[in-house]
Design a protein around this ligand. Structure first.
Ligand code: 5GP
Ligand code: ZN
Length: 117
């Protein structure tokens, strides 16, 4: 509970911390990353607090589908749906996860290397 009270993405969802909103849906909110690493870099987060992808369970199906549908809608509105884009969940320290509220990166607008660094 205290985890959630201090959560910056919960505060962004609540409008208590400013962000540049891109889109929102029933279960999700999307806003521009503060430090973009691609011409399009949007974060899609569930409105309800979930720590990370390892915490997802059977009851999160609708939330995940909603996040992916919002990502597709953003890819369309941002003009990257045809060129392609990358969806990323960082989980844990080795992946560099820095904010403990589930978020999906929507990255596009340039060619991206695979495998990632
Ligand atoms: P992670 O490394 O955890 O997968 O990604 C966290 C992302 O959140 C980073 O790309 C970082 O730039 C972004 N971020 C961190 N704090 C804020 C913030 O207060 N506002 C916005 N818009 N993005 C943030
Ligand atoms: Zn949160």
């Amino acid at each position: 509970l205290s985890d959630r009270a201090d959560c910056i993405f919960c505060k962004i969802v609540a409008g208590e911390i400013p962000s540049t909103e891109v889109a929102s849906s029933e279960f999700s909110h999307a806003f521009r990353d503060l430090n973009p690493v691609a011409p399009v870099h949007v974060l899609v987060v569930p409105k309800a607090h979930v720590r990370d992808a390892t915490e997802l369970g059977d009851d999160h199906g609708a939330t995940l589908a909603d996040m992916l549908q919002l990502a597709r809608s953003i890819a369309t509105s941002e003009g990257i749906i045809d060129g392609g884009y990358r969806l990323v969940f960082n989980v844990g320290d080795d992946a560099g996860n820095s904010v403990p509220h589930l978020h999906m990166h929507v990255l596009g607008g340039r060619v991206m290397a695979w495998p990632p660094g």
